[in-house]
Design a protein around this ligand. Sequence first.
Ligand code: ZN
Ligand code: ZN
Length: 196
Amino acid sequence: MSAPIQIPEKQTVALVRTLGGPVELVDDYPVPKPGHNEVLAKVLYTGVCQSDLHTKSGTASGADNNPITAIKLPHIGGHEGIGRLIALGPGLPQTDPNISIGTLVGIRFASRICRRCTFCLAGTEQYCENATNHLHHEDGAFQEYVSLDAGYLTILPRDADPVVMGPVLCAGVTAYKMEHVQRSGVLEKELGGWEG
Ligand SMILES: [Zn+2]
Ligand SMILES: [Zn+2]
C-alpha cells in the first residue's frame, strides 16, 4: 500500500491583488480543501492565455465590447492547466467510483454550472446562465493545488502529455472554433471578435 499523499496547508500562487497591478509569487496562500462533490488536483502544467493577460491588466472586454469588471480579487488566473487528483471530497468515492486518486484532469476555462437553468436542463450547459469560470470567478491553474467540481470534470487519458494537452483546453478550442466558423462561412465581424 502506498504512503498517503501529503497535502500542505499553504502553497505558492501567482497572485494579482489589483487589476493593472503586478503578478506576485506568494508562498502562503491557503491550499483549498475539497468539499462535497469536489476534488483537489495538484497542478502539473499550465499554459498562459492572452485572456489571462487582459484580465490581470484590467483590459478584458466581453463579446459586447464592454469592459469585464466583475472579477474576483485577489485574482489567480490559468485555464490551460493539467492536474492530477490527490484528494477527493467527503463521500465522493462512494457516490462516483469513476473518479479516483491519480486521475489526470483538465483545468479549463469553465469551472462550474448550475444544472438547473433552461440551458443546463437541455444539455447545452456551455450556455449556462449561472456558469462560473477560472478567469473571472474562481482561482485557476496559476497555483500548485486547485479544487474542482467533481461532477463537471474533464477527465484525460492517463498517458496524456500535459505539455501538449494544456493549451488545447483553451487556445486549441479557440483555434478549432475559428477554423470551424470559417469553414461554415460565418464572418468573424458578425461574432464580435473572439475571447480566447
Ligand atoms: Zn445552468
Ligand atoms: Zn483562454
